[in-house]
Design a protein around this ligand. Structure first.
Ligand SMILES: [Zn+2]
Length: 589
């Protein structure tokens, strides 16, 4: 490639005054692992033609001068580009000659003047073979994953700085720093693997961010941002979930409109800027996924409240493009206001970044407790609580119509994660009314029972119990699923149906019942036994950041072993911040 340099004579640059035409004002570039973007800032309406040869891309700018301060040769040595040579060429054109390695592909397009950005001629240079390999690597992670997969999406990047602070801090920089800390924090916790959608200063189109999450088979998606408004007073974190129609308030609507401009500011070609996901598909899944996103978001808000101010006390929603993932709970976190000088300072501070990352990681581990994978099909199965006597006192609580697990958790002053663990449930398992679920007893006067040694309420579909339901006129699968409080997917599976299959009136449908006869029997037979067993008197202690079991045991005059037994904790289990654990009451004999 280097030999080619000799045969291309470098032309003398002619000063701007000699031409009435256009000007190349600046040449910038952004580098991703598998591609490089070259941006020529140009004057409006510049005329150019492109032609390509092996190893070369020629862009001929008509009637154009090069700004004096720009060099005629730019050595790049970046992915998909070796160097750029700028010079005059026969026919009175300014030629940009891009030297590209074998296998590189190029796309040249114009971006119109937008906001404070000039007109631009963009050259995207990609290495398709490397892209393909990266995509395969992501899909391999999905295929034989052993952990929870979390995708962290630092907003903006490259030509899109995002919001700017009074002192020049760029949103794209601080969110990348926080995103990397969150990734490391999660990767340091057993049972989790985290990946970034971008790990450098380059722009990634919305569509690609969403594709990355899908390829990894993400369990959760967290987009990290920092907010800005005109004044300097607004402050605090907020969390958003997707809305396919309106927004929860005007501020949320404006925010989404702004964030959705990223593809334009970041500079995405028309073919890359298409919608992320088929609208029909999105609609089909939206209710369930958005509900889960809201639930996850409220956990994030809770934890963020421990490290700083909160802007809105509840999860807001707005039509953010980057959250358009049909079946992956996704939230967008506005970590703080970069427009507030105090928060701008915090956002840049390493320690505060770590606090934010830690809080989000805590929320993730609380919302989605770690699991171990089982079979070769890559399906996640529950970590069995085998072998050890489980002495946690629990009560059985019959689910009432319309109740949610989160609501029940709140009622019993516990967390969703604890309920999921106690009942060996997944977050999207159907919650049938009448089913008795285990809740921490906490001396509440509810019937206490000793849980079975192995929690087994989650059975394979084949062993589930069924009711039958005859389809009536006007029924839809969605409505039946809702009415019977069964996940649509479970209903489809139970009846060997696919989405979109016709539903004939009079057809008998199987309605899966999660709570089995055996569970009910257990509930009926065993009440009150444990209370007579002379349980130790307990109080709760909320785990703080930096706590460990040894320290907690010492402070409560008990042993680590006792704490582990009381709380069903195994050696090596992570101790989540804010988890309530049982400790012996000081007044106990
Ligand atoms: Zn943003």
């Amino acid at each position: 490639m280097r030999a080619a340099m000799a045969v291309i004579p470098l032309m003398l640059l002619i000063s701007a005054s000699a031409f009435a035409g256009g000007e190349i004002q600046n040449v910038r570039h952004w580098t991703a692992p598998d591609q490089t973007r070259i941006v020529f800032d140009v004057s409006d309406g510049i005329v150019f033609t492109v032609h390509k040869e092996t190893g070369r891309v020629f862009i001929d700018f008509q009637d154009t001068t090069l700004k004096d301060s720009l060099p005629s040769t730019i050595d790049m040595k970046k992915p998909a580009i070796e160097k750029i040579v700028l010079g005059r060429s026969p026919g009175d054109v300014l030629r940009a000659e891009l030297h590209i390695p074998e296998g590189a592909e190029s796309k040249v397009f114009r971006l119109k003047r937008f906001q404070d950005r000039p007109e631009r001629v963009v050259v995207d240079l990609r290495l398709p073979a490397l892209e393909k390999k990266e995509s395969e690597t992501r899909q391999a992670v999905k295929k034989d994953r052993r952990e929870r997969i979390v995708i962290i999406d630092p907003g903006h990047g490259g030509d899109d700085p995002g919001a700017l602070g009074r002192h020049g801090t760029k949103e794209k920089d601080v969110v990348l720093q926080i995103g990397r800390k969150l990734r490391d924090e999660l990767n340091g916790r057993e049972g989790y693997r985290a990946f970034l959608t971008r790990n450098g200063d380059y722009y990634v189109p919305f569509r690609k961010r969403v594709t990355i999450a899908k390829e990894y088979g993400a369990d959760l998606f967290v987009s990290i941002h920092a907010d800005a408004v005109k004044g300097t007073h607004a402050r605090g974190s907020s969390v958003y979930a997707l809305s396919l129609s309106g927004a929860s308030n005007e501020a949320a609507r404006l925010l989404a409109t702004n964030e959705n401009l990223s593809d334009i500011i970041g500079g995405v070609s028309e073919e890359e800027s298409g919608e992320e996901t088929d609208a029909i598909l999105l609609n089909m899944f939206q209710t369930n996924t958005i509900n889960r996103s809201m639930l996850f978001g409220s956990t994030v808000l809770d934890r963020l409240g421990d490290v700083g101010n909160i802007k809105f006390a509840s999860v807001q929603h707005a039509p953010f493009r980057v959250l358009k993932l049909p079946d992956i709970p996704s939230v967008l976190v506005e970590t703080a206001y970069i427009s507030n000088p105090e928060e701008e300072k915090l956002l840049k501070h390493r320690l505060h970044q770590q606090k934010i990352a830690g809080a989000i990681a805590d929320a993730i581990t609380e919302f989605l407790p770690a699991e171990e994978t089982g079979g070769p099909d890559g399906k996640i199965v529950k970590k069995g609580r085998s072998g050890r006597e489980d002495r946690t006192a629990v009560a059985l609580y019959p689910v009432k119509r319309g109740e949610t697990l989160a609501g029940i958790a709140k009622k019993h002053d516990t967390t969703l994660a604890v309920l999921l663990k106690l009942n060996d449930m997944k977050i999207d398992d159907p919650l049938l009314w009448g089913r008795k679920i285990k809740v921490p007893a906490a001396d509440s006067g509810e019937e206490a029972v000793q849980p079975k040694k192995t929690a087994g309420s989650r059975e394979p579909a084949s062993k589930r119990h069924f009711l039958t339901y005859r389809v009536k006129k006007g029924d839809s699968l969605g409505r039946i699923a809702r009415e019977k409080q069964v996940a649509l997917q479970v209903l489809l599976e139970a009846n060997d149906m696919k989405r979109g299959d016709p539903l004939f009136v009079g057809r008998l449908l199987k309605i899966p019942v999660a709570g089995t006869a055996a569970d009910t029997a257990t509930a009926a037979e065993k009440p009150k036994k444990a209370t007579a067993n002379g349980r130790e008197k307990m109080i709760y202690y909320r785990v703080k950041r930096g706590d460990n079991l040894t320290e907690i045991a010492r402070r409560h005059h008990t042993s680590v072993e006792n704490l582990m037994a009381l709380n069903s904790i195994k050696r090596g289990d992570p101790l989540y911040v804010n988890r309530r654990i049982r400790v012996p009451s000081p007044s106990a004999p």
